[in-house]
Design a protein around this ligand. Structure first.
Ligand code: DGJ
Length: 385
């Protein structure tokens, strides 16, 4: 009797678990993991490895203190992108007072993990701000692991491009403009000076600032760190070394003086597509998009990819990653954050299918959608399943 009761109970639990299997994305809604807890992976990126997706993001806590790193980088895994298993903390902060660059209270944002085939290591990059220094340090940092889920071991942080001019930098721009120190911010003259290397020159020796970032691995295995630099005025793309743990010194600017954050990149039909946001802190703004035939540029600016109601705030969100769907050619999911800085743990996730009209990436809001949106029929009937 007891045994049959147990079996019934187990079947009921299994049935419940079955019923809770998710079959669609519901942008902006609470997204429970396998334990029923809202995903805690903000500013996230995804690694696809041996048939499984791994989601890595900033672990936030309750209250405004949660805008700094109190715990570390959280990892989840999934077979289908809808249902995520909690894999725990992949990179843990060092204890407060330890003097580590990643001690509790530092800022760890936008972690992105890639696998290096040559070393067999998983490499995590993130935006790092040193404890107590606000956003002044503007560094990009690297950690490595033998397993996708971690634990990742902190390696070091960088200001990229130290002592290196961007590729194709006009030699005339290497010398300061006579009146550059007295130029008033945000005037056309100042913007021109920024586009002609004002901050590149300033940071030539210590290395360039690196805030919001993403990592991109190209078809030839070369990897790049794309980050907001020059006081967030210009994006930089910097080539990583063969082990993906440092920089080769080859780098270039993207959209000089364009004031872009939140870079997210994908490659389709041999072209590179970049989606970014403007710079309004935690508040959302209209996304931007760019296309290039080479990662080194020239990059052509396109339109706001978002369409329909709330396009001007990117549906109240900010880009973080363009996720290639495994096994589906040219299928990418636009991943974005709805930040809630007063209580960061509440932050929501906006995942939408990315479409293309010629070269123009396009987004359309959907309350609920699934991967069939990428099938020809799905594309025709709109994204709702
Ligand atoms: C916007 C950035 O995109 C976020 O990652 C974060 O750095 C906030 N700014 C901080 O205000």
């Amino acid at each position: 009797m007891k045994k049959s009761l147990l079996i019934t109970a187990l079947l009921a639990v299994a049935g419940l678990a079955q019923a809770q299997q998710r079959t669609a994305f519901e942008p902006g809604k609470v997204w429970p993991d396998n334990k029923g807890t809202h995903l805690n992976a903000h500013g996230a990126g995804v690694l696809y490895d041996k048939g499984r997706y791994y989601l890595f993001g900033e672990h936030k806590i309750v209250g405004p203190k949660g805008n700094s790193a109190q715990v570390g980088v959280h990892c989840y895994s999934s077979k289908d992108l809808y249902n995520w298993t909690d894999e725990g903390i992949a990179l843990a902060v060092a204890p407060a007072g330890s003097g580590s660059e990643i001690e509790q209270g530092s800022i760890i944002e936008r972690p992105k993990v890639v696998f290096n085939k040559q070393t067999g290591k998983y490499v995590m990059w993130f935006h790092l701000e040193l404890k107590g220094k606000g956003y002044a340090a503007a560094r990009t940092a690297v950690a490595v692991s033998d397993k996708a889920t971690g634990p990742f071991r902190y390696v070091r942080s960088y200001r990229p491009g130290a002592g290196q001019w961007p590729l194709g930098f006009n030699p005339e721009w290497k010398k300061p403009v006579p009146n550059e120190a007295s130029l008033k911010g945000w005037t056309p003259e100042w913007k021109k000076a920024v586009a002609e290397g004002l901050f590149v020159r300033r940071d030539f020796e210590p290395g360039q600032m690196a805030r919001d970032m993403t990592i991109f691995v190209d078809d030839d295995g070369k990897a790049y760190n794309i980050h907001s630099s020059e006081e967030n005025l210009t994006l930089h793309v910097a080539e990583l070394t063969a082990d993906y743990q440092g920089f080769t010194g080859r780098w270039n600017t993207i959209a000089p003086a364009g004031h872009n954050e939140a870079p997210a990149i994908c490659k389709r039909g041999g072209k590179y597509y970049l989606i970014t946001s403007g710079c309004t802190g935690w508040a959302p703004n209209a996304a931007r998009s760019f296309v290039a035939s080479s990662i080194w540029g020239p990059w052509q600016q396109l339109d706001n990819p978002a369409t329909g109601p709330d396009a001007d705030s990117t549906y109240h969100s900010q880009s973080t990653y363009l996720l290639p769907v495994a096994g589906r050619k040219d299928a990418f999911i636009f991943m974005a954050d709805r930040w809630t800085p007063k209580n960061p743990i509440d932050g929501g996730y906006i995942w939408l299918p990315l479409r293309f009209e010629g070269d123009q990436p396009r987004l359309q809001w959907a309350d609920r959608w699934n991967l069939s949106a990428f099938d020809a029929a799905g594309a025709k009937r709109g994204v709702n399943p």
